[in-house]
Design a protein around this ligand. Structure first.
Ligand code: AMP
Length: 652
């Protein structure tokens, strides 16, 4: 088992992978680039993932699967999937079970399979960098990710050959990267505006205890929306001039998106950027309209103002639910590429009355936090492993030294000219070889001191060996000199091995000490959506409130609404709308075996258990009969239509 647990930020547009080395988070790179596009391109001959897929998208957007994180865990009929269909160039179709299939290069993939391919690439980058196969990861997910999306992420990890030892909310990971090792008490706001989503999180750190107080966000608010606002302006300008809408042409959309994103980035540095699109669209006369526009920073800010304003509203709502005043916030952390935009930073500064922190690269901070969290989870295990390795190495050093000691002592005793030297030597050598394995004594608890002691003995033995060898060689006849020289060489090898092993013991011991210094942090997070069950009148009975602490267990007692009813359907929803059907259906099951009784008499106890990854199990029991049913939302709706065999064969 590799000693590394990867920290993975599986982003909508870009992903990032980090490890912890010597107690510090290190972001890994693919050819020098640390952000890796979350894109998969498929053609009839090959499959491209990451940078190559992103390049491929320029010429073949129909067969390049991008922004699939927005689809992950959603059923085909969901607004998320329908909105994605409008925006992406590839084909999205329903699977027979109500899930979603994405088409590229004549293949059909689920969003889980796409995520698995990206995770596989990240794992591969890490394994190549480290030089060993890595099997575990802490993977970040947006705080607002629902139950099904979390499951989908874990499933994708599984398909990529990784165990997601923990899912961590992205803003929590960012805050953790910031607060780890500080050992201070502070209240932090994390403003996370990435390519596809926005999250705001308020958290408190008290030394090594990190507590998320509240989180809010919008799954459909990110850099992509900024780009689309600019594209709409550009398209309208084009239409006014040429009476044609470039948004109706796929290739024109790809061109506009590229140009707009570039201009948006440039405007972080300069006041004005020129968008030149000479081949945007062919006009009726067969010629291209020479189209170009100047995009000023002011215009950019005007176009993006509604999106930025929405983030401000969500920040206010989050503070309110956290019962935290702006004055109580000690630091604001920016995460996500879109926070590079000056107007975004200005808004954050103005809203919180604080200069936002940018200590850590906003593209890398989440992966670093995830890696640090993985490290803190595994530090004890790593320390134990390193200690064990140190002891094993020390045992090797002890054994080799003992062998050398035996021979040197025999030689020393025999150095007065033993006639049978050669014969005796081979006997002693065999005895030395047969020495039992050595274990460090209790008194060797202080390993560095024990290693030092052994080192001194080793060098004394080496000296003695040389001295005895010299003396004996002088007195021994030529025929005896050769076996002696051979023995000296072998014993010299033993001592060299002892030296190497003692060095290894020291290094592993230092490593163990480093791991022992790792902070054991306590991380407590909150649930981003209310969870409940539907009543007969389509009302949502909430069992776990939004922003409740995770893990959580809540029970509620329900009853029947018809006389003689022997079964009830338990439908589990997630969301804030009082009408159950307006929320996201996570799963359903039927509790049977209820004893017939007049309506409102049976007592059905429903238990919701939310684990540390935010994954829900629901069970129901009829208190009178003891009949019990439950689900772990094993096959959530958004994942239907996916068979593991199909996935595995495609991944391997
Ligand atoms: P992320 O999902 O965190 O990788 O963020 C990607 C988003 O950040 C994309 O929409 C990018 O266009 C946007 N972005 C990256 N750099 C800049 C920049 N310098 N100015 C404005 N937006 C940027």
């Amino acid at each position: 088992m590799s000693r590394y647990i990867l920290g993975i930020d599986l982003g909508t547009l870009n992903s990032c992978v980090a490890i912890v080395e010597d107690g510090h988070a290190v972001v890994l790179s693919d050819d020098g680039r640390t952000t890796i596009p979350s894109a998969v391109a498929l053609t009839s001959e090959r499959e491209l993932v990451g940078h190559s897929a992103r390049r491929h998208a320029m010429t073949d957007p129909r067969n390049t699967l991008v922004v699939t994180k927005r689809i992950l865990g959603h059923p085909y009929s969901s607004p998320e999937v329908q909105a994605a269909r409008e925006r992406v160039a590839y084909l999205i179709s329903p699977s027979p079970m109500g899930g979603v299939l994405l088409e590229a290069g004549g293949h059909q993939l689920t969003a889980v399979q796409v995520a698995a391919r990206i995770l596989y690439l990240l794992r591969d980058i890490a394994s190549r960098t480290i030089g060993e196969s890595v099997k575990e990861a802490v993977i970040s997910v947006p705080a607002h990710f629902n139950e099904v999306q979390r499951r989908a992420t874990k499933l994708a990890a599984e398909y990529s050959g990784l165990e997601a030892v923990r899912l961590i909310n992205e803003p929590t990971a960012a805050a953790f990267a910031y607060g780890y090792r500080r050992g201070e008490n502070f209240t932090l706001a994390v403003y996370d505006l990435g390519g596809g989503t926005f999250d705001v999180t308020i958290m408190k750190a008290q030394g090594d205890r990190f507590e998320v107080i509240a989180t809010d966000g919008d799954a459909y608010l990110g850099g992509e929306d900024f780009d689309h606002a600019i594209m709409d302006w550009l398209a309208e300008e084009f239409r006014a001039e040429n009476n044609k809408d470039p948004r109706e042409d796929e290739a024109a959309c790809t061109q506009m998106k590229e140009a707009v994103e570039r201009a948006k980035h440039d405007l972080t540095e300069v006041e004005s950027a020129r968008i030149e699109l000479p081949y945007l669209l062919k006009l009726e006369d067969g010629n291209y309209a020479a189209f170009e526009r100047e995009l000023t920073r002011e215009k950019l800010e005007e176009l993006c103002a509604p999106a930025i304003e929405r983030t401000r509203e969500l920040c206010a709502r989050c503070l309110e639910s956290a019962h935290v005043r702006k004055d109580d916030i000690d630091a604001v952390l920016l995460v996500g590429g879109q926070t590079r935009m000056l107007a975004v930073r200005d808004t954050v500064r103005e809203f919180f009355g604080l200069e936002p922190r940018r200590d850590i690269n906003p593209d890398e901070v989440v992966a670093m936090g995830a890696a640090l969290y993985g490290y803190s989870l595994s530090a004890d295990r790593l320390r134990d492993e390193a200690e064990e390795a140190a002891e094993e190495a020390f045992a090797v050093a002890l054994k080799q030294t003992a062998k050398a000691r035996k021979v040197v002592e025999a030689l020393d005793a025999d150095s007065q000219g033993d006639a049978e030297l050669a014969q005796r030597l081979s006997h002693v050598m065999a005895e030395a070889e047969a020495l039992p394995p050595m274990v460090p004594a209790e008194s060797d608890q202080d390993l560095p001191a024990a290693v030092e002691g052994l080192r001194q003995e080793m060098s004394a033995l080496q000296e003695k060996l040389e001295q005895v060898a010299d003396e004996t060689t002088e007195s021994a006849s030529e025929e005896k000199a050769q076996p002696l020289a051979d023995a000296v060489e072998v014993v010299g090898d033993w001592l060299a091995r002892a030296e190497r092993a003692s060095k290894e013991a020291e290094e592993r011991f230092e490593e163990a000490e480093e791991h022992a210094k790792a902070r054991k942090v306590e991380l407590s997070d909150v649930v981003s959506h209310a969870l409940g069950i539907a009543s007969a009148e389509d009302l949502l009975s909430v069992l776990i409130e939004k922003n409740a602490r995770v893990p959580a267990e809540k029970k509620g007692v329900f009853t029947t609404n018809q006389d003689g009813q022997t079964e009830v359907e338990i439908r589990v929803f997630q969301g804030e709308d009082p009408r159950a059907s307006e929320n996201e259906l996570l799963g359903d099951f039927v509790l049977t075996g209820i004893e017939p009784a007049p309506r409102l008499t049976p007592k059905i106890q429903v238990t919701f258990s939310l684990d540390a990854d935010g994954i829900l199990s629901v069970s129901a029991v009829d208190k009178r009969t003891g009949a019990q049913q439950g689900i772990t939302v094993k096959e959530p709706l958004g994942l239907r239509g996916l068979s593991p065999e199909e996935t595995e064969s495609e991944i391997d």
